[in-house]
Structure formats: C-alpha cells, structure tokens
Design a protein around this ligand. Sequence first.
Ligand SMILES: CSC[C@H]1O[C@@H](n2cnc3c(O)ncnc32)[C@H](O)[C@@H]1O
Ligand SMILES: [Zn+2]
Length: 430
Amino acid sequence: MSILIKNVVMLDLINHEAAEKDIFIEKDRISQIASKINLSPLTANTTIIDGKGKIALPGLVNGHTHVAMTLFRGAADDLPLMDWLNNVIWPSESRLKGEDVYWGSLLGIVEMLKSGTTTFCDMYFFMDEVARAVEESGIRALLSRGMVALDPVNGEKGLKESGEFIKNWQGKASGRITTALAPHAPYTCPPEFLKEVISEAKKLGVPIHIHISETLDEIKIIKEKYGTTPVRHLENLGLFEVKTIGAHLVHVDDEEIEILKRYRVGAIHNPQSNMKLASGIAPVQKMLERGVLVGLGTDGAASNNDLDMFEELRTASYLQKVSTMNSQALNAKTSLEIATLLGAKALGFEDIGAIKEGYKADIILVDANETYYYPRHNVFNLLAYSAKGADVETVIIDGEIVMKNRELTRIDEEKIKFEANKRGIQLVAG
Ligand SMILES: CSC[C@H]1O[C@@H](n2cnc3c(O)ncnc32)[C@H](O)[C@@H]1O
Ligand SMILES: [Zn+2]
C-alpha cells in the first residue's frame, strides 16, 4: 500500500523549517519528500491525500501514561498523590477485571488518536488487554506490566507476568508493540526486587519504565529508608545500566541531572499531572540545557484529566517560562520536539518522531483553518501555542490511515464510549 500526501505544509523538526511538500509513503515508511512528486505507472495504485490548507507533523509521542485510567477520570480529583493513590485509586484498581482494562484502554486510545498521538508508553495491569486494544486500533505503543512489590509475593507475581507478557507481545502487531519491565517506583519496590528486575531486563534486552522523584513525600521516604535520594539510590543499584524511562523526575538536584544525562535516561515530564496533584515543577529547561533526553507525557487521565498532547506541550512550555521567569524557556520548537523527536529518543525509538525519508510513516495532518491559525506568521508558534488536539484531521501510523476526516477507520468510537462509561461507573461505585 502507498499513500501520497500532496501540497501540505510540512513541519521539519530536524532542520527547523516549514515548507509546502509532497510526502510519499510506501508500506510502513516515508520513502520520499519533495516539492513535487509525480507518480510513475508502477505506483499508480496509491491513495492520494490533498494536503492543501493542512499542516503535516510527526505523530505525537505520549511518553508516560496509564491509558486504561480513563475509567477513573473525574472520580478522584483535588487530592495529593499519596492520598489519591492509597485512598481512591488503588482500592478502585483492586476491582479491575481484564475486560475493564480493554475498554478503558480503547477509550484512551480513541482520545489519543483524535488528538494526534501515534505512540504511547504505558505501565498498567492486565497488559494483554492493553496490547489487544493497541493491536486492534492501529496505534503504536511501548507496553509494560506495572509491578508493585510492597509484599514479595506480589513482586514475584508481577515479574513472572511481565516475563510472559514480553515473550507474547514483543514485536507484535507488525512491530507496533514493543515492551518493557516496569517496577512502579523506588518507594513501592525494595532494592532486592529492583536488582532482580535489572537482571531480568538485561537478560530480556528490554528497557525499564519507572516513576522517579515525583513528590517531596517520595524524597523523604527514600532518604529515611536508604539515606539518599531516589536517583542516586537507583544509580547505586545499577538500574541505569539498563535503558531507563523515568517518569516525572520533578525533585532532582544538579548532580542528579548529571547522572540522568550520563546514563541517557529518558526523563518524561508530565506537567499537567504534576500541577494537578501539586507534586511540583520539574527543572525541564535546565535538564534540556544540560543535555538530558527529555520526553513529554500526560500520565493517566485520572490525574490530568485528558490525554491531549497539544495541551500538554503548551502547558509544559508555559510552566517553564513562569517558573524560571524566562519567556524563552522551553520555546515553541523545543516544546514540539519533546512531544515528537526528542520524546521518541527518550523512549529509545530511533526511527519515529520526525517526517524524514526512511523513518516510520507516523504522520498527522492538522486542519489549520480555524481563526486561531491566522495570520500565518510562524507555523511552529501556531502549533505550539494555538493548536488544539481537535484540529487533527488525519492520522497515519505505520503507513496506514487510522483516522480520516476525524473518523477512526479501525474501531467503533460510540461502542467504546458506551462500554467504558458503564464499566468506569461500576468500578468507582464499588
Ligand atoms: C503498577 S501499574 C501503575 C500504577 O501507577 C499508578 N499511578 C498512576 N499515576 C501515578 C503517578 O503519578 N505516580 C505514581 N503512581 C501512579 C496507577 O494507579 C497504577 O496503580
Ligand atoms: Zn504515572
């Protein structure tokens, strides 16, 4: 199958240019980008998309979420993290069944596709169900079974299920699914357990996805238990010898930033969740200046409360500006980069996150006809500071059109909303 997108304004985040282009996609990859592409008779069987008036950009990369938590959206608001987890979320999650996670995941995937996310990185329970939702919907995902090891039996169960999940799903859905090991956090996973995870990750050749240094409560707990900070604690255990995707990293000092850079840890910033749970403000501008691989995520929809990466990247930018009192902090191009190319690198992907020949064909087309796209002074600024997820009109993933004119081609949005609503309400009611 091939697709030709004609006369589209293409955002080039590598050369920092926006110009009108034709983009040719063959199978799952971008094969040619040029001012004009004329099809030969051999490529005549091609879907042509008229890109006039639209902007093409790489699909957005949601670097940290718990997609099925859409089921708990709006059910536990205005609480700090530990209270939120211990008193509302974990009791509700204990009632989860596989089918709930399947429908909750589909609900989140619909929301992500419709707002331009083409890849997400997830940590949750019943991951076979999340993987099934990914396979059916056409999205790309890096999936991991979250492990809480507060009691050793739970830890071992998590590790066993994670191994099975990785064996069953790594590379599935034509390569759209990749996998990781996910110890939940240093405060829920003791050192002996983390050492087992590190050795398993090395054996299986998968990355580690973990929450790190999210709140001051966490810093206090880890300091009291291990006499140091979470980042140093994990470094001492050898965790960063494995490719690590660290969510949050809100409370980190200069030396810890250096450690993150040295080990090429993917530091996933989740500004809306950090603001809503009153966790703090991550020093993202400083991390970027020091060369840390920064990505962007929404976290789950119960702490955000949506999965719209356009909103997230704007929040990230404004939050850095106001917290550093520097209007140039996390500028338009950089905030788009952490949501695309840099975010992809933070997760360990080398061929997604940019519209570039040879890269995977994960492309979104934004209909730029609303008032807030005029005048066209600067397309980067318009996309970072004015665009809305709802303006995404077409989504292509792995060379396949999965949304056209805002209609999803593979999955039934109305049925998903109905099922997820029913299950979410039952779960929270108890
Ligand atoms: C073990 S699966 C993932 C686990 O994480 C919980 N969770 C959701 N958001 C956060 C967050 O911001 N910090 C820590 N833990 C979080 C989720 O409810 C699952 O239990
Ligand atoms: Zn999280």
